[in-house]
Write a protein that binds this ligand. Structure first.
Ligand code: GDP
Length: 365
């Protein structure tokens, strides 16, 4: 399963945020595909469309789709040189598909900051530099090998060498790979290198309880936003402490709490949605009387692969799919009405499923 890794320096609020994630956690029994591991938190992906579909179909059960966060503790300065748990830390990052970097934007004198004072940009640079140095090392190694092959006019090497040189140049000026403009074809070559700094990055600015309702007044948050622009990264503002408290509440209590705080959407929900998008994930629905359910697929996946998300047999025996977009179904008011209006299509093996499609798969077993 795809997962987003949570990283950050010590004492920035990672564990607090991860606690919020596991407390808010989805029931693992509903999601047999998810990893069971103390460092993995499964969350349900909030989706208003699922609520609307439930109102419309009135099923016995509604199941949101789920998504995994992995807690990656242990980064310190010098990690790329193997200090602390450095190497282990980097290999854990290699396994995740996107990175959520928690950045301390709350001033609290009682909580020590590893470098003495709150300075989010310094913190970000410490972590990013470790990742960049690790990538520089792998690119250097590869470049030595590829340059030899270039001499014998090896086709792939000829293609790869200029890309490696551009990466090296970026790393030497302390820029991550994701900040360099590459073409689709170049990105395909890069994908095989499993670089750390090509992974999409999201900064999670952790602010204090009194600042969550007006985070733009927090100068640290402004600094992070400014930095993220040049880094091709997104920023989400949370108050980890509040999220941890809120994770224990039911939906109604949560709504009341949010209103009191004067915020529209919980930071955790924003984080879940942003990570989901960052990973290139999308949602389709199945809507039967027994169960209305959301399923996750990767953008660009075709109908049989999407059927395979439910069960591998569905992919193998795929015949066709009946599909209607969520908007069309909602407008029609019911499946028969949508059919009547000609909004339900029969799609075959080549159909690229769209976010929000309501699918009914036909298959042989
Ligand atoms: P980690 O080392 O990054 O995992 O950080 P922790 O989650 O253990 O947090 C370090 C300290 O900061 C703890 O005492 C937390 O209670 C506190 N903390 C975390 N998030 C917040 C926050 O949003 N506001 C305030 N005031 N304190 C926080």
């Amino acid at each position: 399963a795809l997962t987003a890794g949570i990283v950050g320096l010590p004492n920035v609020g990672k564990s607090t945020l991860f606690n919020a994630i596991t407390k808010a956690g989805a029931e693992a029994a509903n999601y047999p595909f998810c990893t069971i591991d103390p460092n993995v938190g499964i969350v349900e992906v909030p989706d208003a469309r699922l609520d609307k579909l439930t109102e419309l179909v009135k099923p016995k059960k509604t199941v949101p789709t789920a998504f995994e966060f992995t807690d990656i503790a242990g980064i310190v300065k010098g990690a790329s040189k193997g200090e602390g748990l450095g190497n282990k830390f980097l290999s854990h990052i290699r396994e995740v598909d996107a990175i959520c970097q928690v950045v301390r934007c709350f001033a609290d004198e009682n909580i020590t900051h590893v470098s003495g004072k709150v300075n989010p940009i310094d913190d970000i640079e410490v972590i990013n530099l470790e990742l960049i140095l690790a990538d520089l090392e792998s690119v250097d190694k590869r470049l030595t090998r590829v340059s030899k092959m270039v001499k014998s006019k090896d086709k792939e090497a000829l293609l790869e060498e200029p890309i490696l040189k551009r990466l090296k140049e970026a790393f030497e000026s302390e820029k991550p790979a994701r900040s360099v403009d590459f073409t689709e074809d170049e990105l395909k070559v890069i994908k095989g290198m499993n670089l750390l700094t090509i992974k999409p990055m999201l900064y999670v600015a952790n602010v204090s309880e009194d600042e969550i309702s007006d985070p733009d007044n927090n100068e640290y948050v402004q600094q992070v936003r400014e930095f993220a622009k040049g880094d091709n990264a997104e920023v989400i503002v949370v108050c980890a402490k509040i999220e941890e408290e809120m994770a224990e509440l039911d939906e109604d209590e949560k709504a009341m709490f949010l209103e009191e705080l004067g915020i529209e959407e919980a930071g955790l929900d924003q984080l879940i949605r942003a990570s989901y998008n960052l990973l290139g994930l999308a949602t389709y629905f199945t809507a039967g009387e027994k169960e209305v359910r959301a399923w996750t697929f990767r953008k660009g996946m075709k109908a049989p692969q999407c059927a395979g998300v439910i069960h591998t047999d569905f992919e193998r025996g795929f015949i066709r799919a009946e599909t209607v977009s969520y908007e069309d179904l909602l407008e029609a008011g019911s499946m028969p009405a949508a059919k009547e209006a000609g909004k339900v299509r029969l799609e075959g093996k080549e159909y690229v499923v769209q976010d929000g499609d309501v699918m009914l798969f036909r298959f042989n077993v």
